[in-house]
Design a binder for this molecule. Structure first.
Ligand SMILES: Nc1ncnc2c1ncn2[C@@H]1O[C@H](COP(=O)(O)OP(=O)(O)OP(=O)(O)O)[C@@H](O)[C@H]1O
Length: 297
């Protein structure tokens, strides 16, 4: 996707397997909103293409199966909450789940007769969630859904999200900067930085492909016994040496090793955009190693 100022997303090739809850992570300006925009047909990719369950994002099939909770949570300010849910019902005949939508609104004690314009930011987010869930989508796209929610509401809505996704097999792609929270919600991960994919795959497979190494080194630079592994990030502090590696075989030498948690993994890749990308087989687009392609299938 190229804007006037230049490329926002390029060489952004990955596949998101159906039924996964995927975190979309990247620094400010990395292209997360742009990616979600192309998946919902708000933006037309400059090159390459994207498929939602095999269909073009603007097709009736993809639109019917996708719900998008945009960052600015656009709702009609003069509608009441009840009218907003009615809009959802009328726009989604056949699939609308009024009970699920009302339950989400009621759990936050948001009055059904209140106008959207009079609600707090967090309450409006809750109504937007209700609208997205009420649609019963097969693909739910969320752009920083948690940013204006208090910690208890975040917890509650993420629990609802996981329960709904588990019950209905919903595929979720959720951009967020809240790394610790993503760890408790996501089983899949896509990291983009500088307009390209840096990491993509199942959370467990990505964690297990890396080792956190700590110990005392002699001299400067990468210690000899670690040199043949891929060093994603190293943080020397005097003789103390800490590094995140993608090991190529067993790690020898006097090193303490551990599997990184999701936050440690993400921070290392965010701090080191030049680290070689890792796209696990489940996240690769079949028959295509590189290119500008993203797929939810
Ligand atoms: N309409 C536009 N015109 C020109 N450039 C744009 C436009 N929208 C986005 N960009 C640029 O494209 C890049 C990606 O922006 P995008 O909003 O997708 O990032 P993001 O990862 O969602 O960021 P954030 O975490 O800050 O929300 C940025 O450099 C941004 O300035």
């Amino acid at each position: 996707m190229r804007y006037r100022r230049g490329w926002a997303l390029r060489d952004c090739s990955f596949r998101l397997p159906a039924g996964r809850i995927c975190g979309l992570v990247g620094p400010n300006g990395a292209g997360k909103t742009t990616l979600l925009g192309t998946a919902t047909h708000v933006l037309e990719p400059t090159e390459g293409d994207l498929r939602v369950f095999g269909a073009a994002p603007g097709s009736t099939e993809a639109v019917r199966r996708t719900a998008f909770l945009a960052q600015e949570k656009p709702l009609f300010r003069r509608f009441t909450v009840a009218e907003t849910l009615r809009l959802g019902r009328e726009l989604n005949p056949g699939s609308w789940d009024q009970r699920a939508a009302e339950n989400i609104v009621r759990a936050g004690n948001v009055p059904l007769n209140a106008r959207i314009g009079t609600l707090s930011g967090g309450q409006r987010t809750r109504v937007a969630f209700a609208l997205a869930f009420g649609k019963r989508p097969d693909l739910l796209l969320l752009d920083e859904p948690m940013s204006d929610l208090d910690p208890l509401v975040r917890h509650e809505l993420m629990a609802t999200l996981m329960a709904e996704a588990a019950e209905h097999g919903t595929t979720v792609l959720m951009s967020s900067h809240m790394l610790a929270e993503l760890e408790s919600v996501c089983d899949y991960l896509v990291v983009i930085a500088s307009g390209g994919v840096r990491l993509a795959g199942g959370v467990d497979e990505l964690r297990e492909a890396h080792t956190l190494v700590t110990g005392v080194r002699d001299g400067e630079g990468t210690p000899k016994d670690l040199a043949h592994h891929t060093v994603v990030e190293s943080r020397p502090s005097g003789r103390q040496y800490t590094a995140l590696l993608r090991p190529d075989g067993p790690i020898g030498g006097p090193w303490e090793t551990d599997t990184p948690n999701l936050e440690e993994l993400l921070l290392a890749y965010l701090r080191t955009p030049e680290a070689p990308p890792l796209i696990t087989p489940s996240a690769q687009v079949p028959g295509q190693a590189h290119g500008i392609r993203a797929v939810a299938a």
